[in-house]
Design a protein around this ligand. Structure first.
Ligand code: NI
Length: 153
């Protein structure tokens, strides 16, 4: 994917999520496939917070010289931010806002900024470009999970 395709995909993500969730009741959105797996709602909250966190990472890569990025504990966020109890309608609105915002942020970067680099403590050297490629792969993996949820009870 080139730069334009990447940002177009990220901008389109809320629509793809919407499509994957079509027809699922709130009850179903909250259902966990197994006790240690996330429900659709929890995955959506995770994608919401991921978009926000990636926005911070991209900003740091662009504005600082070779920053070391923060990591976070996604399971702790799910628990502490009560993903399970969140309101699906508000989460959908937030997904739209945050992924739209991230796409907007990325679209505004120069080609030089797109190659700005830093370090991810677990991954090693990263650039804005490599982060966006990871964002796409990460979103695709979670979309596959959402699409696999049967819409019949
Ligand atoms: Ni994830």
């Amino acid at each position: 994917m080139d730069r334009t395709e990447i940002t177009a995909y990220l901008r389109q993500l809320p629509d793809l999520i919407e499509e994957a969730l079509r027809g699922l009741s709130n009850d179903k959105l909250r259902r966990r496939p197994s006790p240690d797996e996330w429900s659709a709602l929890e995955i959506c909250c995770h994608l919401r917070d991921y978009a926000q966190e990636e926005g911070v990472r991209v900003r740091r890569l662009v504005e600082e010289d070779g920053p070391t990025l923060e990591t976070y504990d996604q399971e702790a966020w799910a628990r502490d931010r009560n993903y399970h109890g969140d309101d699906p309608a508000r989460v959908r609105t937030a997904l739209r806002a945050f992924w739209g915002g991230l796409a907007y942020q990325l679209e505004g970067l120069s080609d030089e900024q797109w190659e700005r680099s830093g370090t991810h403590p677990e991954i090693g050297p990263v650039t804005v470009r490599s982060r966006t490629e990871r964002q796409v792969a990460h979103a695709q993996a979670h979309l596959d999970q959402l699409r696999a949820i049967p819409d019949q009870t």
